[in-house]
Design a binder for this molecule. Structure first.
Ligand code: MG
Length: 342
């Protein structure tokens, strides 16, 4: 019997309004799907659209309506199903990622094995996750550093006209390793000026210093950063595996997000492509429930660094799945994604 697609909506709230270089909010509407087979077995997946890539809850719901007619007859036809979905809705990465996660979840449940085990991965190789401190006043930043006390590594959002003040505030509050994300908020001159300061403040790596398409600028910044042993990782500049070859030699690594690459299998292809170019691989997220986070957590044994705090930043996560225990990502041992409703 053919699979059926059921779409649900939920809203999640972050503890603080979450601000990056492009804006701030604390309420997020999310859609998630269930793929139901003839035996009533269900695979689940979540869509986390990003307005930066032209997606919203509305575009996700419209994409699901189109995709409902293109579900595989055989849930094990993972590769074929994903390829067809990409043809039907090429610009709807978040919606496709939800269906991809749901199909992998269903296959894992049918086989009685967690997804990481289907891929032959060792869950103890999952890295630590950073905890992100969004843009805020010095006083609130100090409070957030305190809230992040269980996390051994912090990720700091920069890209403002007072970045030094933010760094100083964090450094005065903690001596933990920090990573910074400028979210395309700098130009080449500013990035070059910031690099020695970042090093001085003990920053481990720098994410997306420049606009997504400024690859020549990135190459120039990376040269300076390399002299300071500061790796440069790109996020907005790298959506899918095909983006990676032209970034090789210009940056040191990539940040994978399911909301950008559109599927679990594309995430695996990105990891392989980046490794073929000797690049670092990091995995990131949007503000998501534990359903979305857990889908990404399953391939973390293959990556160098993770920023999967999207559900940890919320106060009303409707799901349980992968957890972050003092920064350590722990993968569920249950079949499929191993996600349950709270
Ligand atoms: Mg980023």
């Amino acid at each position: 019997m053919a699979l059926k697609l059921q779409v649900e909506q939920c809203s999640i709230t972050t503890r603080h309004p979450f601000a990056i270089a492009r804006g701030s909010t604390n309420g997020y509407k999310r859609a998630w799907v269930r793929l139901v087979d003839g035996d009533g077995q269900e695979g689940w997946g979540e869509a986390d659209p990003s307005s930066f890539y032209g997606e919203s809850l509305e575009t996700v719901l419209a994409a699901f309506s189109k995709l409902a007619a293109h579900l595989p007859r055989d849930p094990f036809d993972l590769e074929g199903a994903e390829a067809r979905w990409e043809k039907v809705v090429p610009k709807n990465w978040a919606a496709r990622a939800a269906l991809s996660a749901a199909l992998h979840d269903l296959v894992g449940k049918k086989l009685g094995q967690p997804v990481w085990r289907l891929w032959g991965l060792d869950p103890t190789k999952a890295p630590l996750s950073t905890f992100t401190i969004g843009l805020d006043t010095p006083e609130k930043i100090r409070a957030k550093v305190q809230e992040a006390k269980d996390y051994p590594i912090l990720k700091i959002k920069l890209g403002t006209d007072h970045d030094e003040e933010i760094l100083r505030t964090i450094r005065d509050a903690t001596d933990k390793p920090i990573r910074v994300d400028a979210n395309a908020g700098w130009d080449v001159k500013r990035a070059k000026q910031m690099i020695p300061k970042l090093k001085e403040y003990g920053v481990e790596f720098l994410e997306q210093p420049l606009a997504a398409d400024d690859l020549d600028g990135l190459a120039e910044v990376q040269k300076v950063a390399a002299k300071h042993q500061l790796p440069v990782v790109v996020d907005e500049s790298c959506l899918v595996a095909a983006d990676i070859p032209r970034l090789a030699g210009k940056v040191d690594g990539i940040n994978i997000k399911l909301a950008k690459c559109g599927s679990l299998r594309e995430a695996l292809r990105m990891i392989a492509t980046a490794r073929a170019h000797s690049m670092l691989v990091m995995v990131g997220c949007m503000i998501e429930t534990s359903l979305g986070i857990t889908a990404a957590a399953h391939f973390t044994p293959l990556v160098d660094a993770a920023d999967l705090d999207g559900a940890a930043l919320t106060v009303d996560d409707p799901f349980t799945g992968a957890t972050i225990d003092h920064g350590q990502i722990r993968l569920p041992a249950e079949p499929g994604l191993g996600v349950r409703r709270r």
